[in-house]
Design a protein around this ligand. Structure first.
Ligand code: GLA
Length: 349
């Protein structure tokens, strides 16, 4: 059902935002490090009109309509995201009396492609336009992250909201999460970026994610730095001297930051082979040191390489979910056939 059918009138405005896949730089954003995500062609569209005192929304993906008062707390459902956006705008002092919204998304949910950031950014864009609010796209990403952390209650970093807000098709967003400075990097011509879902649900992703964050904070205390971003590759001796498992966690973050910097250079020099090697090294580090992979996902990475991917790695928070693979455009079909033969549960996005 469309907006008109659900609410009986036309929307005043609409906006959309994409899902994302991260090419390199995993679990670095909450360590003030570097990331390299790219927007996907899947997106979330929000149509909106003004309302007084409530948030009312219809989610086409669930055929559900929900209403919530402006003062109400989260309820653990999909309305938390748009309600969190209205909440955060009001917290920040913007005049937002309430809204009626129609949500529709083609971003796969629960696979690690940031359907939540797409929804937050699309909602904030629609509200910005609807109420003529004056803030830029970086501020919008910050507000979206605040909505997720403070209202929805997920302690995420800023990567997903930044790429949903500032990413451009055909480009990766090279982002320094310390000061939010960024640069667009052209993706290699003749290569496809494929997301391959392992079909393994992301088990314990939230608690595992929070544990990793705490471990990084402990490693910082012992190393005497503000963030793991401040530890150069040359300090690996000190990192290796940390107690288990802090040594592994810190080693991943420090080497992953270096991989992003080298990866950007490789892309800018057209060295796709090197970029693929860095993706694989990232997977290895996420598997051995950060321990956020699973045997099935490791197997899927190997299968992708066997069938022609130049690089492949687990992507997003991990603990199951999807991998990202870089595949020569001309070999895409053979690649998908081969992977499906060896891993029948694989789904391609
Ligand atoms: C999730 C979070 C991001 C980031 C990744 C791991 O997607 O939302 O902020 O921390 O995990 O790289």
């Amino acid at each position: 059902m469309g907006f008109l059918e659900v609410f009986g009138h036309q929307p005043a405005t609409d906006a959309s935002a994409p899902g994302r896949v991260n090419l390199l730089g995993e679990h670095t954003d909450y360590n003030q490090g570097f990331v390299l995500p790219t927007p996907l062609s899947y997106n979330t569209r929000v149509e909106a009109s003004a309302m007084d005192g409530i948030i009312e929304a219809y989610a086409e993906n669930f055929s559900q309509r929900k209403v919530r008062g402006l003062q109400n707390a989260k309820q653990g459902d999909w309305l938390d995201y748009p309600a969190g956006c209205v909440w955060v705008l009001r917290q920040a002092g913007y005049q937002v009396p309430g809204a009626r919204m129609h949500l529709k998304s083609s971003v796969p949910i629960g696979v690690g492609l940031s359907s939540s950031a797409a929804l937050e950014v699309a909602t904030l864009r629609a509200l910005r336009r609807l109420f003529g609010l004056d803030f830029d796209d970086v501020t919008l990403a910050r507000l979206a992250q605040r909505a997720e952390v403070e209202y929805v209650g997920v302690r995420c970093g800023i990567m997903d909201q930044m790429v949903a807000s500032l990413g451009q098709p055909g480009h990766a967003l090279f982002l320094d999460t310390r000061d939010l400075s960024y640069r667009l990097v052209t993706l290699p011509r003749g290569y496809a970026i494929l997301v391959v879902d392992s079909g393994i649900p992301r088990r314990l992703a939230e608690s595992g994610y929070n544990t990793r964050r705490t471990e990084c904070e402990e490693a910082c205390k012992l190393l005497g730095v503000k963030a793991l971003r401040d530890v150069p590759l040359q300090s690996m001796r000190a990192v290796n001297g940390l107690p288990e498992p802090l040594n592994r966690r810190a080693r991943h973050v420090v080497t992953e930051n270096a991989r992003v910097l080298e990866g950007v250079e490789a892309l800018e020099q057209g060295n796709v082979k090197r970029f693929g090697e860095l993706m694989l090294a990232s997977h290895q580090s996420l598997k051995e040191d950060y321990r956020v992979s699973l045997p099935e996902v490791d197997q899927l990475v190997e299968i992708c390489i066997k069938h022609g991917a130049v690089g492949a790695r687990i992507t997003g928070a991990g603990f199951g979910g999807a991998i990202v693979a870089l595949v020569p455009e001309g070999e895409k079909e053979l690649f998908c056939q081969g992977v499906t033969k060896d891993y029948p549960a694989a789904k391609f996005f």
